[in-house]
Design a protein around this ligand. Structure first.
Ligand SMILES: N[C@@H]1[C@@H](O)[C@H](O)[C@@H](COP(=O)(O)O)O[C@@H]1O
Length: 241
């Protein structure tokens, strides 16, 4: 595990954006695994700025997102497809056809999961997977207890995750109870993994990642088995533990 500590969220965003932009420059047809949540937003902004200023091209880049809520379509403002379009895809020269987010409104959710995993395999695995982390150590929507050998699947969201994520909805009742997520094994298929941890609310999760055991009760600990795993965190995430 490579550990990078920075002072602020701004620095964290800059560092992560640099790593992603370099990957894109080195390999203009790279396959990027992307994440939602507030943490990567700063990096996405910097990627957009760099695209506008320096012309870094996403023309042949393929993206694969980690997860999507069950029941929300692309037009729903709280869907992860909507989020990705708004926060990144609509502002860079990516071909929308090359951007993949699980279809949360698929009639046959199991078939959708199978199809998604097969797509990842057909791509030959991703080149770089960007991740955030939940307060309980979830990655994607892999909640504590998820087997490390899990592939893309449907999950029941925990009350805590629904509560934390309710800030993106008008009320807690609107937060879906299920989601489709890449599994832990799907995430580990990526050649490189970059995890971003920012803010005091994540202090316990960071502490467990750095000092705890590799155990299914803490999903992010699986990443420590990966040969090319980097975690970037800010000072605030070190507070209070
Ligand atoms: N499914 C997403 C995760 O992929 C993300 O890492 C997490 C943390 O979000 P934030 O960065 O807003 O704290 O939120 C959601 O649960």
């Amino acid at each position: 595990m490579n550990v990078i500590q920075v002072d602020t969220y701004e620095e964290l965003s800059k560092k992560a954006a640099e790593i992603i932009i370099n990957k894109v420059k080195q390999n203009p047809s790279a396959k990027l695994g992307l994440a939602t949540g507030s943490t990567p937003v700063g990096s996405y902004k910097l990627m957009i700025e760099d695209h506008k200023r320096n012309g870094t091209s996403y023309e042949d880049i393929i993206t694969v997102n980690l997860d999507e809520y069950v029941g929300l379509n692309a037009d729903h403002p709280s869907s992860y497809r909507f989020f990705m379009d708004e926060q990144l895809f609509d502002s860079i020269n990516i071909n929308k056809k090359n951007t993949h987010v699980p279809n949360g409104t698929a009639e046959d959710l199991k078939a959708e999961c199978k199809k998604y995993e097969a797509m990842i395999d057909e791509l030959g695995g991703l080149d770089l997977q960007l991740l955030g982390i939940g307060q309980n150590g979830h990655i994607g929507f892999n909640e504590p207890g998820t087997p490390f050998n899990s592939v893309t699947h449907v999950v029941d969201l925990t009350p805590n995750t629904r509560d934390v994520n309710s800030r993106f909805f008008s009320s807690i009742e609107e937060v879906p109870t299920k989601a489709i997520t890449m599994g832990i094994a799907s995430i580990l298929k990526s050649k490189e993994i970059l995890l971003l941890i920012s803010g005091e609310a994540k202090a316990e999760a960071l502490h467990k990642l750095l000092h705890g055991n590799i155990d299914e009760s803490f999903p992010a600990s699986a990443l420590k088995n990966h040969p090319n795993f980097t975690v970037i965190f800010d000072k605030a995430a070190l507070k209070g533990v």
